[in-house]
Design a protein. Sequence first.
Lengths: 264, 355
Amino acid sequence: MKQNNTTKGDSLIIGSRKFTSRLMVGTGKFSSSQTMADAIAASGAEIVTVALRRVDLTNPDHDILSAIDPEKYLILPNTSGARDADEAVRLARLAKASGMEPWIKLEVTPDPRYLLPDPVETLIAAEILVKEGFTVLPYINADPILAKRLEEIGTATVMPLGSPIGTNRGIITRAAIEIIIEQANIPVVVDAGLGAPSHAAEAMELGADAVLVNTAMAVADDPVMMARAFAKGVEAGREAYVAGLASSSRVASASSPLTGFLRD
Amino acid sequence: MRDALASPRVEFDDFLSLISPESINHLEELAARAQRLTRERFGRVVTLYAPLYVSNHCSNSCVYCGFNVENRIQRRTLDQREIEAEARSLWEQGFRHLLLVSGESRKEVPVEMLAQTAKNLHSLFPSLSVEVYPLDVDGYKSLVDVGVEGLTIYQETYDPVIYAKVHPGGPKSDYQRRLRAPEQGGEAGFRRIGIGALLGLTDWRYEAVCLALHAMWLQKTFWRTHISISVPRLREAAGGFAPAHPVSDRELVQMICALRLLLPDAGVVLSTRESATFRDGLAPIAVTMMSAGSCTEPGGYTEPGSAEEQFSIEDSRTPAEVALMLERLGLEPVWKDWDVGYLQDDGRDGGEVQG
């Protein structure tokens, strides 16, 4: 896996696993399985999320999973399409029963237009799945209180949205995401709405631990090149954050300390 | 028109100008914007489905339809064994989304039979939809409860006067009952509802406006349900009906693109009524679901010629050929986009459904 020199050793830890890439990718909306596989490879991602409703074990020729090498990537099944906690929990169990790792990207999106997550059902499902031993990565609106509630329950991350899925509008929830990051003791992954590498960089500059990108890569004229561009955006944003952005410090520190005259 | 195309979000007034006769001169720009929106919201994918005609018995006398009760045609209702044979043939061709279709004969095809059929087929087809006579909320609920997730019911025409003319007899002559059906379905809890107008019966702009309003209302009211639209053009069928208001290819593209701009999240379904050339052209612009290799006669997949078809199809390519063409157009043909696991603990046995 490609690793950046300046941020060497800067790894992302989720649950009990360690990752070097801070870019996760989704697998929907691509023009072909081959394009998807090439884009994933170019992104350097180690975590790849797959909608369980697309998985067809009875039809290997048309199955989305057959294009992703489970040796190379952590396949993170997601419950996209679930309308309530019951459905999401059932799908997660089904994934586990079919031999996938007990990791689940929890998506409870009762509204098929904007695919916005239902906070109540997400919390209920997360609690059940955590108790059953799943590593749970919940997709949520940028709600700082919900993020803390999920952390208390024991989810592995929180994944607040930058803007509604597929809209490419960037981080319109910036103020709330800043609070989530400030308060979190678990990784914060900005998910959904990142339409350009600059959006991904912005999320990382804010201090997000990772981002998840799908539509912007899948529908680009050249998904592979776009995947590379996102990888660079994420790296640049992370380096800037680690390096210490002048504007990101919450407590002002003047270059010559104002209180330097004090002797003790 | 220019303003409408340039506005960041197309409102209803913009939509009206987009379907105006002048706007057809800006078809290329309209199509470009429709394509951008479709890609953004749905990606470079088209979901494939197949219709399975259960019966062509019908008590209606719709003047444009091959199943018209007055047509002396070979009638047939498939039994469960025959349905399964048809279904298996479609499954082997790759389909995992199935649409059960039937003429309006509650005696030949009672709702209990549809529910039983759905139960039997669920292990093969994760996604089942129905396109049958209107039911009340309880009737629809009995289908939702066995895992039918989609309802397709077209108003055919929103013009009540024309409606009465082309639906002179049978229960379908009740305009209001038909109009209310999608909302009964929404109340019953279908996850997907498809509405549509049959083009050729009256001015397409009138249908476009009504269809758009209907879709918008359904989206707001049944916010958990995904709404899709379809605007099939009338085709030749037994009875020799000729449409009074034919719609040109360019007009149909204008209409569908304008609907896409107004309703970016709505599914757009394109059936085999349209020609291969037209479907290949429109698929990359605005389509989200396509049928392929369809037979519109009951039993047609395994015993072609054993009963009369509802209408003649235009795109007669096999599903594999359609899929290959989609790939050439830079679109992924999606065969499975639903899972029984959403509704059943033991997702694979087609048995008890909870919730």
